[in-house]
Design a protein around this ligand. Structure first.
Ligand code: NAI
Length: 395
């Protein structure tokens, strides 16, 4: 019932929260566009959790991680109580006659379960709330791509292929996720590959303004694009800066040369955007187990037509049922390519990629994973995601 009127409920919730607790507004992003995204996320998260409250095995660890991860937003234990009372007020205002004492009791208890699990996760974590990381190098490729090398001030644990969330004082309280473009190094530095997006304030700040010496914040690493097993042939498929986690996986493979064959497909909007080509060529020459294919659109064609050319290249290669396939790139690219690979015989359980929800217009990073909460957003076309697709108004 509430889900159908989610937009109303969410507006009520934030108005109630900020009216009764003005200081809390300062914890949220400044820009109204980012607040809109925030609105979507809250309800996506809530509906997801509530629909899985009985599945303790799945939801418990998730809420722990979510609580741990929320520390970077400077959330304190007392905030959980004020969010809870605004949430109940919003649910009551949206539910009409359905808001009975029993329903209120059930929601109160459900929220308490969620808050307790998140607080326990926050309290149990031995990680810092975030890692300060100094920019030690900034490489620029054309107007749109920057590779930033950062040195975290404390050891920053992650697996090759994972991503981190990033925030800069240049765009306060806004966090975006970026894949880490290298396997762990002895000096602890990490590379972020950033593609500047029109109207994307953080990506523009990172690519065009950020200088060595500046300090960024990193959230705990996460993500599913990690290497699975070494006894099957592997295909790595990367598009655009989706190359970053694939590079990290390749570095991991090269570190202990594999027995299996590895096929690498690197897709870019044009030759200039194959920004790591010298390095990839060097791998291709020195690693006998590696076969490299570059894909760009035919001259004069739209940049996304590279994906059609990739489709031809993949169709011409066999053995898909045997392969473990690692995919990284724009959300739609992953969708299309995964679909094609399944048609070519690849096994769905052996296609690995992060869940990248498709973004709407005006979203800075359509399809970026959004942190530990991102799979909340990946539910199949929820009504409340697209206001124009909502249920008809009640009469
Ligand atoms: N772990 C992951 O899955 C990661 C995903 N990304 C995502 O990769 C993207 C990289 O952006 P850019 O470097 O600017 O890439 P880009 O916009 O230059 O695209 C690279 C290629 O991807 C394909 N592509 C792009 N949009 C498509 C569409 N709508 N349909 C079909 N094919 C499409 C095209 O072949 C294009 O040439 C971002 O959206 C980012 O969120 C980036 C890093 C890691």
């Amino acid at each position: 019932m509430v889900e159908r009127r989610a937009e109303h409920a969410v507006k009520f919730f934030y108005s109630h929260l900020f009216w009764h607790n003005p200081g809390v507004r300062d914890l949220f992003p400044v820009s109204s566009e980012d607040m809109e995204r925030q609105r979507d996320r809250l309800f996506a998260a809530l509906t997801h959790v509530v629909s899985r409250l009985d599945d303790d095995a799945a939801i418990g660890p998730y809420l722990h991680d979510l609580g741990r991860d929320h520390r970077k937003f400077l959330i304190r234990p007392e905030h959980y109580a004020v969010v809870g009372s605004s949430l109940l007020a919003a649910l009551a205002a949206t539910s009409g006659d359905a808001w009975t004492p029993q329903v209120e009791k059930a929601w109160t208890e459900a929220y308490q379960v969620i808050a307790d699990a998140m607080l326990a996760g926050a309290g149990a974590s031995e990680d810092p709330p975030w890692w300060d990381a100094e920019v030690v190098r900034h490489l620029q490729y054309g107007q749109d791509i920057g590779v930033l090398t950062l040195r975290p001030h404390a050891p920053f644990p992650y697996l090759p292929g994972q991503y981190t969330s990033v925030s800069s004082e240049r765009v306060p309280r806004t966090w975006r996720t970026y894949s880490i473009g290298n396997a762990p190094r002895p000096d602890g530095t990490v590379d972020l590959h950033v593609s500047r997006i029109d109207r994307g304030r953080l990506s523009t700040a990172l690519v065009s303004e950020t200088q060595p010496g500046e300090v960024l914040k990193l959230g705990a690493a996460g993500g599913q694009l990690t290497f699975r097993r070494s006894d099957r042939p592997v295909s790595l498929i990367a598009a655009g800066t989706g190359w970053a986690p694939i590079r990290a996986l390749l570095e991991e493979l090269a570190d202990r040369p594999p027995d299996q064959d590895v096929r690498l497909f690197v897709v870019a909007r044009d030759g200039a955007h194959l920004y790591d080509r010298p390095l990839i060529d060097a791998y291709g020459t020195s690693c006998g187990w590696l076969d490299v294919t570059y894909i760009t659109p035919a001259p004069g064609r739209h940049r996304n037509e590279a994906t059609d050319r990739l489709a031809t290249a993949l169709s011409n290669r066999g053995l898909w049922p045997d392969q473990d396939v690692y995919l990284s790139g724009p959300a739609q690219f992953i969708d299309e390519t995964a679909h094609l690979l399944e048609e070519l015989g690849a096994r769905p359980a052996r296609l690995f990629h992060d869940s990248v929800p498709a973004g709407g217009p005006g979203h800075e990073q359509p399809g970026r994973p959004l942190g530990f909460g991102e799979w909340f957003l990946n539910r199949p076309a929820p009504h409340w995601h697209n206001p124009s697709a909502r249920a008809p108004k009640e009469h």
